[in-house]
Each structure stands twice: as structure tokens, then as C-alpha cells.
Design a protein around this ligand. Structure first.
Ligand SMILES: O=C(O)C(=O)[C@H](O)CO
Ligand SMILES: [Mg+2]
Length: 258
């Protein structure tokens, strides 16, 4: 049975962020993920998780200066000490929240920049994170983003991510497979899942093309959920979608999994 996590950044936007924990629990979720915890003290977030019997399963390292076009800094040459400070901060939150996975955001590669240098910087910082997280049993996750959402992001195809995971060569570094991005770039999701299987520690879902509930569009999620069960996939599945309307009203697809 898949373990679905409500993505509190995208879902339950009808209420302010801190009220989304209650909304997710009321809707039947046991797990949550969201982009960033850093606007709140960890103890305040942990209290919300405990109050509603929820487990936090994923969050990201900071994105950097979003207004200036950044989307992660871990691959930017020359920013290693900033990146490592952010990784340390993420570790503090992960420990306090009891969160098993942290997504290390790579970076957008500016036109004309040396991609190779970005890759090498990313590998260095991911190894730093992996070694720091290891004693706490926390996984480092890497995610490919499709160009229509994040043009020029370092990781575009799932095979870009796989190549970095293999080069990093640490046993707590995994792929965060977002089927929405994977369908936009790689397709062939069933075979793709087979090929990546042993490297996947977290999955995210949304319909293609509109990034809505997983009950519309060109991906047959029922088939994929059954396949993941049959494969013995043990990780979480993050519902990283933009509800078509009110979040609760779009949750008919979820009723069979509560
Ligand atoms: O955008 C996504 O798909 C994500 O999962 C990240 O959290 C942010 O890039
Ligand atoms: Mg995602």
C-alpha cells in the first residue's frame, strides 16, 4: 500500500501554512512534505507534527536568491561554504523533525557557464551532505526538474541524476523520482522505474500536463502505484500537485488509500 505524503507547499493552500498540518491529518494523511521549514523554529513544526500524529518525510535545502533566478546553490562554483552552511542547517532541522530525507537543491546553470564545473561542485557538496547525514541515518536526495518548470536546472533527465548518484558513490544518496518531471523529459515511466529502482528513495506525483491531481492526464497512476507495490517500494510518495480547486474536493483518488 503506497504511503502518500501531503505536500503542504502545494496542497491545502486554502489555509495558512501552519494550519495545513491539521488539514492534511483531517483528510487522512499520515505523512507530509513541504519545500522549506526555515521560516519557522523546528520545535514549532515538530509540535504541529506531533499534535496531528504526522511524520515529516522530506524537505529541501534552501533555494538561494529566488528573485535573482537561483534555485539551489549546491552546484554553484565558489559558493561551497554557503552551501555547506545550508546543509548543516538542513541537518539540524531534519534531526529535530525526525525527517529521513533531505533534497539537496542543485542550481540553475547560467547560459555559457561551465556545466562540468557545476557538476563537480555539486558532487563535492553532495558528498559533504552524505557524510554529515550518515551518522543520523538521513538520506540525501537529488531531483531532476523539467525545463518547462525550471529551465537550465543542472539535472534535467533522470539519467542526469543517476550519473551524479553513481559518481558521488555514497550509500545514503538517492534519486527523488518526480514522475511529473520524468514524464516531461524521459517518458516510458514503467521501464524507467525498473531501471532506477535500487536508487529511488522518494517519489513525487502530479498529472501531466497540468500538474494537478493524479486522476487525470496522460499518466496512468493507478498502474504505477500497483507496480510500485508489486516491486516492494518502501519509500513515500509525495503529492506535489496543484489542486484543480479546493484540495479536499480533489481527494477522491486518495479515498482507497486511507
Ligand atoms: O519542483 C519540484 O518538483 C520539487 O520537488 C522541488 O522540491 C523543488 O524544485
Ligand atoms: Mg518534485
Amino acid at each position: 500500500m503506497p504511503k502518500f505524503a501531503a505536500n503542504l507547499t502545494m496542497m491545502f493552500n486554502e489555509v495558512p501554512f501552519l494550519e495545513r498540518f491539521a488539514a492534511a491529518a483531517k483528510a487522512g494523511f499520515n505523512y507530509v512534505e513541504y519545500l522549506w521549514p526555515y521560516d519557522y523554529p523546528a520545535h514549532e513544526l515538530k509540535a504541529k507534527l506531533d499534535q496531528y500524529g504526522l511524520k515529516q518525510v522530506l524537505f529541501n535545502t534552501p533555494a538561494g536568491n529566488i528573485e535573482a533566478g537561483e534555485w539551489g546553490i549546491a552546484a554553484i562554483p565558489g559558493r561551497e561554504s554557503d552551501s555547506q552552511r545550508e546543509i548543516d542547517l538542513a541537518l539540524e532541522y531534519a534531526i529535530a523533525l525526525g525527517c529521513p530525507n533531505v533534497h539537496i537543491m542543485a542550481a540553475v546553470v547560467p547560459d555559457g557557464a561551465d556545466r562540468q564545473q557545476y557538476q563537480q561542485t555539486f558532487i563535492k557538496n553532495v558528498r559533504y551532505a552524505a557524510d554529515k547525514f550518515k551518522p543520523y541515518g538521513i538520506n540525501v536526495l537529488l531531483e531532476a526538474l523539467s525545463p518547462e518548470v525550471k529551465p537550465n536546472y543542472l539535472l534535467k533527465s533522470q539519467f542526469d541524476t543517476l550519473a551524479i548518484v553513481e559518481q558521488v558513490a555514497r550509500d545514503n544518496v538517492f534519486i527523488q523520482l518526480d514522475y511529473f518531471h520524468a514524464q516531461n523529459v524521459d517518458g516510458n515511466l514503467s521501464r524507467l522505474t525498473d531501471k532506477l529502482a535500487k536508487h529511488i528513495a522518494h517519489i513525487q506525483i502530479a498529472s501531466v500536463p497540468d500538474r494537478h491531481e493524479p486522476d487525470e492526464g496522460e499518466i496512468n497512476y493507478q498502474y504505477l502505484f500497483d507496480k510500485l507495490d508489486a516491486m516492494g517500494y518502501e519509500g513515500y510518495i509525495g503529492c506535489e500537485y496543484k489542486p484543480r480547486g479546493e484540495t479536499e474536493q480533489g481527494l477522491a483518488w486518495f479515498s482507497r488509500y486511507k
